[in-house]
Structure formats: structure tokens, C-alpha cells
Design a binder for this molecule. Structure first.
Ligand code: ZN
Length: 257
């Protein structure tokens, strides 16, 4: 299988997976890069997987469906144009001969879902939309800190070698914030160096892995004493509970320059 992040807009990736004949695409905010790829490689688009309703994730769906006849899958409870096969946690769908499990991950939007496949060429694969980023997490537009923390807990519990396909190249700015939270995290320092080299070469920092994110992502580490202490030092009014610490981290990141 070939896994390719197609760049779109300022910093989006349209994740594209194909087996040489058939393809799927995740969150095609723009049809054009997908159409170009299908034509160049003579591929048939079998399915479009949508994680949430934001325009930079669905803007190309209608055009791609019309042009290719691909089936569209998306969240059960979001405002997304029909026809659409609506999915929620516990549902599975088989695409390109692989079973994708649906995980509800509310927080960025209220009905956001993620797609997890246990084995693509020997590794698990996760399409997580705008829920988990490398070194960060999505903004809370519709959900609460408690919802987002619970969603990230589910993703953090996936196997460590899971390839994490996030929808935005936000890694370097996320890591700047992560360094402010955990200045003594040596794995974070090394990871930042590797990502800076990749970006200097105009290469994606993604996919990441769940194990990598457990080591460097402050939003997956908010229960660690050092991270909680940093949050409380930033906002002395933070009560000593997990959700409050997470909420302070998210707010701190929103204001971080
Ligand atoms: Zn979004």
C-alpha cells in the first residue's frame, strides 16, 4: 500500500492511500490534487473518508463523488452534504480490502470521528483529522476540555507503532509550545531537531506514531506531574484535577506566540 500526504491550501494534508489500482482519500478539502493524483497514477477512487464538517475537510467531496462515483463515509452527527454513509463508534467499513474501525473523538467538533485500521502492511494506521496533531491537538470549537481529553485518551491507548495521519502540518509551532511546557524533555528536543530538518527540506513531518506522541505531546502527557506543574505555574487558579490541567494547557496554547 502507498500512503501519501497530498498538500493542499496553506498547511493541509489530504491523506491518500492506494494499492496501485484503487485508492481512498481522507478529508478532501480540495478535489484538484486528488484528481491529478488519480489521473497521473491511473487509479480508481473507491472511497472518501470524512472526519468532520469543516470546509477545508469536505470542500472537494461533491466534485470527487461526481467525477469518480466513490462512496463517501462520514460522521453520523455532523452537517455534511448527502449522499453519505454515516458512521459512529463501533461501526466498521471495509475499504481497499482493509477494515477501518470508527472511533468517536468529540472535542474539535461535536461529532468528529477517527478511522483506525489494525494492519496496513504490518502497521496500524490512524486517520485522526483535527483531533490529534504531532505535538498538539485541535482547538475546541464545539466540544469541552473533558470531551477532548477523553478522545485523546482513546487515541493514546492505540498500539505504539500506529501511524498517525494528522490533517495539518502544525508540528513545528506545536513543538515550540511543547518545549515551553516541558523544557527538560530530551526526546522532545531530539524530535524537534528531526522535524526542523524535514521542514528545511520541505518534507512532511507526518505521519507520526502514537509512541512518539506519548513521549513529546503535552496534550497526551497532561497527567504527568511535570506537565501539570507547568500548567499550574502558568495559571495559578488551575484546580488540581486532570480536566482543569488539560483546559489550562489548551488555553495556554491558544495564547502562545
Ligand atoms: Zn477542523
Amino acid at each position: 500500500m502507498n500512503l501519501i500526504p497530498l498538500p493542499a491550501f496553506q498547511d493541509n494534508y489530504l491523506w491518500f492511500l492506494h494499492d496501485g489500482h484503487r485508492a481512498l482519500v481522507v478529508d478532501p478539502g480540495d478535489a484538484q490534487p486528488v484528481m491529478a493524483m488519480l489521473q497521473r497514477e491511473s487509479l480508481q477512487l473507491e472511497a472518501i473518508l470524512v472526519t468532520h464538517h469543516h470546509m477545508d475537510h469536505i470542500g472537494g467531496v461533491d466534485e470527487l463523488r461526481d467525477a469518480t462515483g466513490a462512496q463517501v463515509f462520514g460522521p453520523a452527527n455532523e452537517r455534511i452534504p448527502e449522499p453519505l454513509i454515516r458512521l459512529t463508534e463501533g461501526d466498521n467499513t471495509v475499504v481497499l480490502g482493509h477494515t477501518f474501525h470508527v472511533i468517536d473523538v468529540p472535542g474539535h467538533t461535536s461529532g468528529h470521528i477517527a478511522y483506525y485500521c489494525a494492519d496496513v502492511d504490518g502497521h496500524p494506521l490512524l486517520f485522526c483529522g483535527d483531533t490529534l496533531f504531532s505535538g498538539g491537538c485541535g482547538r475546541l470549537f464545539e466540544g469541552t476540555p473533558a470531551q477532548m481529553l477523553a478522545s485523546l485518551d482513546k487515541l493514546a491507548a492505540l498500539p505504539g507503532d500506529t501511524q498517525v495521519c494528522c490533517t495539518h502540518e502544525y508540528t513545528l509551532s506545536n513543538l515550540k509550545f511543547a518545549r515551553a511546557v516541558e523544557p527538560g524533555n530530551t526526546e522532545l528536543i531530539h524530535y524537534q531537531q528531526r522535524c526542523e530538518e524535514l521542514r528545511a527540506g520541505k518534507l512532511p513531518t507526518l505521519p507520526s506514531t502514537i509512541e512518539q506522541e506519548r513521549q513529546i505531546n503535552p496534550f497526551l502527557r497532561s497527567r504527568l506531574e511535570g506537565v501539570a506543574q507547568a500548567a499550574r505555574a502558568h495559571d495559578g487558579a488551575t484546580p488540581p484535577d486532570d480536566v482543569a490541567v488539560f483546559a489550562t494547557l489548551r488555553q495556554w496554547k491558544n495564547e502562545f506566540k
